[in-house]
Design a protein around this ligand. Sequence first.
Ligand code: CP
Length: 314
Amino acid sequence: MSSRPRKDLLQIEDLSRAEIEEVLAAAQPFKDLFKRSVKKVPTLQGKTVLSLFYEPSTRTSSSFEVAAKRLSADVTSLDVGSSSVTKGETVLDTVDTLQAMRADYIIIRHKQAGIPNLVARHTRASVINAGDGFHAHPTQALLDASTLVDVWGSANFAGKRVLIVGDILHSRVARSTSRVVQVLGGSVGVLGPGTLVPPGRPPEITKFRDWGEAFDWKPDVVYLLRVQFERQGEQFFPSPGEYHTVYGLTSERLSRVASEGGWVMHPGPINRGVELTDAVMSYERCLVNRQVENGIATRMAVLYWLKPEIESPA
Ligand code: CP
């Protein structure tokens, strides 16, 4: 066990390797639980989980809701679009209001980096960052690691290589997932348009100019990132079609991945015909649906593992 219980999950950089391994180990019994007819446990009975998504989400918001309900917590998901946020209420005022209802856990996604950290300092509830701007998406990274534990049978990733392809610049997933892979001993390489790969990446991350170089590195996993058109204030490449031709996982490149027994991952939502071709989704080593499935068990593990500073009223 870690020496001190952790209140919040804000970014992977806060976690030691032992803590990451604890969460991954805690997810395992929840994965086993899903094979049973009754999938619910009383772990968080009497606890309240508030979900605040200031940005759109399908996978993260729904899997947190399912995770909390399977732990028997009471869950309230604020519909930000029809809340007093539209009347100008600030994030902290909204949190104060909801805090008066004695929430034990606050799950928050916001387009501005650092908002979950601000909220965490403001409340005694456990705060979980569900994605903030370009900064961090720690539960995505943990569910990715959990999926790799399934296929490799171990949380020791030494000798394993993960190639991350695409829009590294705008990607909180790239930041968080590359960190978790490295902490667990794996190596990370990146491939993408020069305009979307930051020049200052740490030296331990290998950069490739094209797929040929990247394949020569012999990646065990090709991790495709979504092109985040909504975050790109300017044009970073000529067109989606051009992106697909140069950086997409085309049928030809998929054949090369398959010939080496490589795994394919993507955090979703996918842009078909941009990051990947349709055939990728039916490739036997495509882990995209497994990632979504593991999102529930991993988020159950995170809720179970964090320790709020408050207790709900009896
Ligand atoms: N991977 C991910 O964060 O997906 P959503 O935006 O649907 O939550």
